[in-house]
Design a binder for this molecule. Structure first.
Ligand code: FES
Length: 118
């Protein structure tokens, strides 16, 4: 069971309809680079930076709840951030997600992020 996140702590990123099935879109919030991923209709938000060589994860293939890094192919579990394979053992950061009024919203508590506004 998951607890619902109070709306006041959420940042709306983009419309869920803007992210194709098994696709992803990068979003900046302040200094944070985030990646919104649609895994068969399940939305996830992760940091848009691979833990192997810091390459952006945008455009990576999504299959069975995992995102593949476009550069060397490490696969990350979109729910936990944990990597598969030998290139890195460092997980990527994941963020709690809710869909609010059709928007993908994410909790940015403890991230240090400041919304850029308008
Ligand atoms: S930079 Fe992502 S797997 Fe190497």
């Amino acid at each position: 069971m998951t607890d619902r996140i109070p709306a006041a702590r959420l940042e709306r990123l983009l419309l869920a309809a803007e992210v194709p099935n098994n696709g992803n879109r990068a979003v900046r919030v302040g200094e944070l680079c985030l990646l919104v991923c649609n895994a068969d209709g399940q939305f996830h938000v992760v940091e848009n930076r691979c833990s192997h060589q810091k390459s952006p994860l945008e455009g990576g293939r999504i299959r069975r709840g995992h995102l593949s890094c476009p550069l060397h192919g490490v696969r990350f579990n979109l729910s936990t951030g944990e990597p598969l394979g030998a290139l890195t053992r460092v997980p990527i950061r994941t963020y709690p997600v809710q869909i609010i009024d059709g928007f993908v919203a994410v909790e940015l508590r403890d991230s240090g992020a400041r919304p850029t506004g308008g």
